[in-house]
Ligand binder design. Structure first.
Ligand code: KG4
Ligand code: ZN
Length: 322
């Protein structure tokens, strides 16, 4: 069994995972602490991780009803993320692996998100991964464990970041995505027309122009209509490119992962648009879309099998690439 540890941003998480079967998952969110400032304060996040991590690991073992002797591998998020936060998880994981004589594996956070689509299921390849979180928006072609090709990515804001910024301008607080989704459900997107986005490379994304357009419209339209229009535009940009990627790569599956994958209209629109071409799209289960250690443990188990473990000199890497 793998013990997973995730501390890349503002959730402290530990999980016990058996292959792809989640035995336990504990997530201690700091969102309420950071909401006071309207966004994540890195130094505060590091301190919160230091307080929460050991209790999280103890709770994960207790919930799985196992002791440390049942654990065969320690998997930890190496990056990308906030460097101070990552260092808390990586230092703890190294100390634990050393003390228990266990193999250690550093996991890329975005690769972790990809595996959230396989938790409690089977991994399937090839697959197009649409990774949409607060910090990243990427399209991948994945042919197997560790075999990833980046097809496109955002040139400016991540989708979640843009949703959070618009939500903030609408006075919806942090994190804004879920609140924006609720407000959007009461609005009419047609009352706030927004442009389509073109990028030089057709599979790259760009959200800052859309964000500016909706912020400029705010005085003229109802907040709910602006929320509906912006969410619909973000969804359309994501769906259009994901389906185009699957078609041009001749891959018949799309996995939708990352915090923004919790958005119901995104999941529904992607499923419908992909389905029209016989492509199966599915979103990671809601409890696995946000940052969590179960996805890190699952990815770590396969990364470890594919390329072996990491030495105890493993370092956190804020800008890690898969
Ligand atoms: O993956 P994640 O938990 O953290 C990062 O690695 O960034 O993603 C967080 C992002 C935030 O921008 C949040 O607003 C967004 O996911 N999010 C949503 C929803 N739930 C969370 N965006 C849209 N609709 C949602 N229901
Ligand atoms: Zn994430």
């Amino acid at each position: 069994m793998t013990l997973g540890i995730e501390t890349s941003c503002d959730e402290t998480s530990a999980a016990v995972v058996d292959d792809l079967h989640v035995r336990s998952l504990i997530v201690a969110s700091q969102a309420r602490v950071h909401a006071h400032w309207g966004g994540v304060v890195p130094e505060v996040a590091s301190r919160q991780h230091m307080e929460a991590l050991v209790p999280c690991v103890e709770a994960a073992l207790a919930e799985a009803a196992v002791g440390m002797d049942a654990i065969g591998l320690v998997a930890v998020t190496q990056g990308p993320g906030l460097i101070g936060s990552l260092m808390v998880g990586v230092s703890f994981a190294k100390a634990l692996a050393f003390a228990r004589g266990l193999p250690l594996v550093g996991v890329n956070h975005l690769v972790g998100h990809l595996y959230s689509a396989f938790l409690d299921r089977e991994p399937v390849f090839p697959v197009i991964g649409l990774i949409v979180s607060g910090g990243h928006t990427e399209l991948w072609r994945v042919d197997g464990h560790g075999r990833i090709r980046v097809l496109g990515r955002t040139l400016d804001d991540a989708a979640g970041e843009a949703l959070d910024k618009v939500a903030r301008a609408l006075g919806l607080g942090y994190p804004g995505g879920p609140a924006l989704e609720r407000l959007a459900a009461t609005g009419d997107a047609r009352r706030c027309p927004l442009p389509r986005v073109r990028t030089a490379h057709p599979l790259d994304f760009s959200f800052s122009g859309l964000k500016t357009a909706v912020l400029e419209a705010l005085g003229r339209v109802q907040p709910a209509d602006a929320a509906a229009a912006f969410q619909a535009a973000v969804v359309e940009e994501l769906v259009r490119r994901a389906v185009e990627a699957a078609r041009s790569e001749e891959v018949d599956r799309i996995a939708l992962v990352g915090g923004v994958a919790a958005n119901r209209s995104l999941g529904a629109a992607l499923e419908a648009a992909a389905g029209a071409y016989g492509i199966k799209a599915w979103a990671a289960e809601a409890r696995y879309t946000g940052d969590n250690a179960a996805m890190i443990a699952a990815a770590g188990r396969f990364v470890h099998a594919a390329r072996g473990g990491d030495p105890l000199t493993l370092m956190a890497d804020a800008l890690a690439r898969p």
